[in-house]
Design a protein around this ligand. Structure first.
Ligand code: NAD
Ligand code: GLY
Length: 367
C-alpha cells in the first residue's frame, strides 16, 4: 500500500492506495469519529461492494443510501434522497458519510456531507479510475444544473481517501478509458515524462495490470495533491487541472448529461485545447499529434460531436466557472507538461479552433 498526504494544514488528509483496502477496517477507523456511518452508493456499485464495506464497518450503526446511477441523477432531487436517508435514520452531527462509488457519488455525497447539519465528516472510497485519480481528491463537491456542469457545490475536504485498486476489475471498459483521460491530463499539464511512461504501459493499464494501475493512480494523486495543497480554492494553479474541461463541459451539457462520459468529453476537449495551443504556436504539430495518439491509444474519442456548432460551444463556455468579469479563460499548453490559464489569445484563434476539422486531423495521424 502507498500513502500520500494532501497538505492543507488542519484539513490535511491521507490518500491510501492499494489492492483489497475495502476490507481493511484499520484504515477506516481512525477517520470515523462517532458510532454512526452513512454509506452513500448507487444501484450499480451496491451489489458489487456494499456488503464488503458493511462487513469492514461491523460495530458501527450504518445506514446505506442507494441512489439511482448516472450523471443525469447528479441533481437536487437526488441530493434530497441522501438527506431523507440521514434524517430518517436520525443521523447526528458526529456521523461520518462514506462515498462508495465513482465521481458522481463522490461529488454528491461530499456536497451532502458539507450541508448536512452544516457539515459532517466524510470519507471518499472511489471505485472508478476517474474518481481514484481525480474527483475523490481535492474537496470539490456538488451537483449539475441544467444550464451548466457542477454549477452548484462547495469546497469540502474529506477526512481520508481510501483507494482500492481491486475495484477496477469490475469497471466497464468504456469507464476505464474515461479515467485514462484524466490520467493523461496530468502528463500534459505538469509531468511530461509521465506521457512516455503512459505510452509504454497503456496496453498493460487497459488490461487491468494491478501494479501498473496502482502506479498510474499514485502518480496522478501525487500531482493532484500537490496542486490542491498549493491552491485549494482555485485562485490560480488549480485551474490548470481543467485542461480540456471548458470545451468538454460544453460537450457534456449540450449532448445531455451522461450521453458522453465526463472523461470522453474531456478527451475531445483536450484535443481542442491542443489544437488551439498549436494554432497559437505554443506547442508544435508533432507535440499535438503525439498527445492525440496517446488519447487514441487509451480508447478515447478525440473528435468533438459533429452536430455541435461553434455557437453551441460558445454559448455553453460562457457559463464556465473560469469566466471572470465576462472574460473567458482557457487552460492551454506552452509545451507538453506546461499548462497555463489565460485569456490572452486572439478571438479569431478560438473561432478557428471551434471550426477546425478534427476528423481530418485524426486521419492525417495514420498517414
Ligand atoms: P460515475 O460516477 O458515473 O461512474 C461511472 C459508472 O461506473 C457508473 O455507472 C458507476 O455506477 C459505475 N461504477 C463505479 N464503480 C464501479 C466499479 N468498480 N465497477 C463497475 N461499475 C462501477 O463517473 P466517474 O467517471 O467516476 O465520475 C464522473 C463525475 O466526476 C462527473 O460528474 C464529473 O463532473 C465528476 N468529477 C469531479 C471532479 C472533482 O474534482 N470533484 C473531478 C473530475 C470529475
Ligand atoms: N478536477 C479539477 C479539480 O479538482 O480542480
Amino acid at each position: 500500500m502507498q500513502t500520500l498526504q494532501v497538505e492543507l494544514a488542519e484539513r490535511s488528509y491521507p490518500i491510501y492506495i492499494g489492492a483489497g483496502l475495502l476490507a481493511q477496517a484499520g484504515l477506516f477507523e481512525p477517520h470515523i469519529a462517532g458510532r454512526q456511518v452513512a454509506i452513500i452508493t448507487n444501484e450499480t456499485v451496491a451489489p458489487l461492494y456494499l456488503q464488503s464495506l458493511l462487513t469492514t464497518l461491523a460495530g458501527h450503526d450504518v445506514t446505506s443510501v442507494i441512489l439511482p446511477d448516472g450523471e443525469a441523477f447528479k441533481t437536487w432531487e437526488t441530493l434530497q434522497l441522501i438527506f431523507d436517508g440521514l434524517l430518517t435514520a436520525r443521523h447526528d452531527r458526529r456521523t461520518t458519510v462514506i462515498a462508495l462509488g465513482g465521481g458522481v457519488i463522490g461529488d454528491m455525497a461530499g456536497f451532502a456531507a458539507a450541508c448536512y447539519q452544516r457539515g459532517v465528516d466524510f470519507i471518499q472510497v472511489p471505485t472508478t479510475l476517474l474518481s481514484q485519480v481525480d474527483s475523490s481528491v481535492g474537496g470539490k463537491t456538488g451537483i449539475n444544473h441544467p444550464l451548466g456542469k457542477n454549477m452548484v457545490g462547495a469546497f469540502y475536504q474529506p477526512k481520508a481517501v481510501i483507494i482500492d485498486i481491486s475495484s477496477l476489475n469490475t469497471l466497464p471498459v468504456r469507464e476505464l478509458s474515461a479515467g485514462l483521460a484524466e490520467v493523461i491530463k496530468y502528463g500534459l499539464i505538469c509531468d511530461e515524462p509521465f506521457l512516455g511512461w503512459l505510452e509504454l504501459n497503456m496496453a498493460g493499464l487497459r488490461s487491468l495490470d494491478q501494479a501498473l494501475l496502482a502506479e498510474a493512480v499514485a502518480r496522478s494523486c501525487a500531482a493532484k495533491a500537490y496542486v490542491v495543497g498549493q491552491d485549494e480554492r482555485e485562485s490560480g494553479l488549480r485551474a490548470t487541472l481543467n485542461l480540456g474541461h471548458t470545451f468538454g463541459h460544453a460537450i457534456e451539457t449540450h449532448m445531455g448529461y451522461g450521453v458522453w462520459l465526463h472523461g470522453e468529453a474531456v478527451s475531445a476537449g483536450t484535443v481542442m485545447a491542443l489544437e488551439m495551443s498549436c494554432r497559437l504556436g505554443w506547442i508544435t504539430a508533432a507535440e499535438r499529434d503525439r498527445s492525440v495518439r496517446l488519447l487514441l491509444q487509451a480508447g478515447l474519442p478525440v473528435v468533438p460531436p459533429e452536430e455541435m456548432t461553434p455557437d453551441d460551444f460558445l454559448e455553453h463556455m460562457a457559463v464556465d466557472k473560469k469566466v471572470l468579469d465576462g472574460r473567458l479563460r482557457l487552460v492551454l499548453l506552452k509545451g507538453l507538461g506546461a499548462a497555463v490559464v489565460t485569456s490572452e489569445f486572439p478571438r479569431e484563434i478560438l473561432d478557428a479552433t471551434l471550426r477546425a476539422d478534427y476528423r481530418a486531423l485524426v486521419n492525417q495521424l495514420s498517414d
